[in-house]
Design a protein. Structure first.
Length: 437
């Protein structure tokens, strides 16, 4: 074993940071055996030095000078566990310039500045590791980058936000509306006091950007990702899903897609985050509570399911320490750098290129008349229907239709025309479907 210790600095000591510091402090011999050298905690940067942290490290290790900590030339690894892009970006870049590898769980930072950070790491011969930034404890990014590096990934679809999955799971199980289910998620610690980034889909968008860089070796910007959150999902939507053998999930989908009229081979990447009604037989249908699951489809490997604890301080800390072990092993071997995702020029497609099946719910004043009128509109827009049901809820009639696979522009145009029908009492609600095949 190498007797010279590898020195680690930690930036941030929230839920995840506290657990990481505790593991570095308490599991030194075990980590040293795995790595091949001792690991020494060299400093922990926090904003408020007066706040009790509950970890029994040497008080001299605490500092509120994060910049000074990462500038130290004796630091081998900087573990960045801050939120947002600044000062996280500045601190990560400074650490790299001073020869330290960086381990991060900061999805916002990697989504916004991942390419530039990889370039900085390569320039200074250091590593950048961020397994914990997507799906926490689930080993997903490493397999995409390494094991599937010689394969052709065609599609990635997953539940990657634990808060929204918990909320929708509660709505499914109890019949509660969104507000009540979200309140319970906050009370039980499954959601932040301000859960807007989760429920509006922003958190999933950041993860989608990171996944696209590894799955498709291309750069996707946050503004290229179609985003819909779950704030508009109603108890009626959940009940409709149950009635047709489905559950509502917020999914992140990345897929190779060719735009209409483009020559063969001119494919792009369509990345989207939105609620879907998932067929019960699909692997994502029974993902419970705050868990995550991601289905990767590749040409050679076929479908691969990654599933487990995708949120929480302990699972995330486990992934961070796993990256730390990888970084320190590589540093001991003299392999300081990591390979950046290759930026292939794949065009970002839009929802106008999407073809899928839809659930369409239409409140009507006269079900018999409305059925004829709605059917006529759908035929005029070239939208075949797989099934139609009439339901009566709270004294009101509704038509529930499941379409065949159709283009999104045609569906939106038809929905606008249906809303104008005299027998229809309001804009129709629609939700995309995710089938088991």
């Amino acid at each position: 074993m190498n007797a010279e210790p590898l020195k680690v600095a930690v930036l941030g000591c929230g839920v995840v940071g506290t657990e990481v510091v505790r593991r570095l402090h308490g599991a030194g011999p075990a980590l040293a055996a795995r790595i091949g050298a001792p690991v020494e905690l060299a400093g922990v940067a926090v904003r408020d030095l007066s706040r009790p942290r509950g970890v029994g490290i040497d008080p001299r290790l605490w500092t509120d000078d994060a910049l000074g900590l990462v500038k130290r030339d004796d630091i081998d690894i900087v573990v960045e566990l801050l939120s947002g892009t600044e000062p996280a970006r500045t601190l990560a870049v400074t650490a790299m310039k001073h020869g330290a590898c960086v381990v991060s769980a900061n999805k916002a930072l990697l989504a916004e500045h991942g390419q530039a950070l990889h370039e900085t790491a390569a320039h200074h011969g250091v590593g950048l590791y961020y397994e914990a930034s997507v799906a926490a404890a689930i080993p997903l990014l490493g397999p995409l980058r390494d094991a599937l590096g010689g394969d052709r990934v065609t599609r990635v679809v997953g539940v990657v936000n634990g808060t929204t999955n918990y909320v929708l799971d509660r709505m499914t199980g109890t019949g509660d509306d969104f507000t009540a289910a979200l309140r319970e998620a906050v009370d039980r610690g499954y959601a932040e006091a301000d859960p807007s980034a989760d429920v509006e889909g922003e958190d999933s968008v950041a993860k989608a950007v990171i996944l696209a860089s590894l799955a498709f070796h291309t750069r996707v910007l946050r503004e290229d990702v179609h985003r819909e959150g779950i704030t508009a999902v109603t108890a009626t939507d959940v009940a409709d899903a149950r009635a047709c053998g489905r559950v509502v999930k917020l999914v992140t989908v990345l897929e190779r897609a060719a735009g209409p009229g483009h020559r063969d081979g001119e494919e792009g990447v369509l990345v989207r985050v939105h609620p879907v009604m998932v067929e019960r037989g699909h692997p994502l249908a029974d993902v419970p509570g705050a868990d995550n699951a991601v289905l990767v489809e590749a040409a050679d490997a076929g479908p691969l399911l990654f599933r487990g604890a995708g949120a929480g301080g302990t699972p995330t800390a486990g992934a961070v320490v796993g990256d730390l072990v990888t970084a320190t092993r590589r540093r001991l071997l003299g392999h300081h750098g990591t390979t950046a995702p290759v930026a292939l020029p794949l065009r970002a497609r839009t929802m106008r290129d999407l073809r899928t099946r839809y659930h369409l719910g239409v409140e009507v004043t006269d079900a018999t008349v409305a059925l004829d009128e709605v059917s006529s509109v759908l035929r005029a827009h070239g939208l075949p229907v797989d099934s139609v049901q009439r339901r009566r809820t709270a004294g009101r009639d509704r038509l529930v239709l499941l379409t065949a696979t159709v283009g999104e522009p045609s569906l939106l145009s038809a929905a606008k025309a249906i809303a104008a029908l005299p027998s229809v009492s309001g804009p129709p609600r629609f939700m995309r479907l995710l089938d088991s095949q």
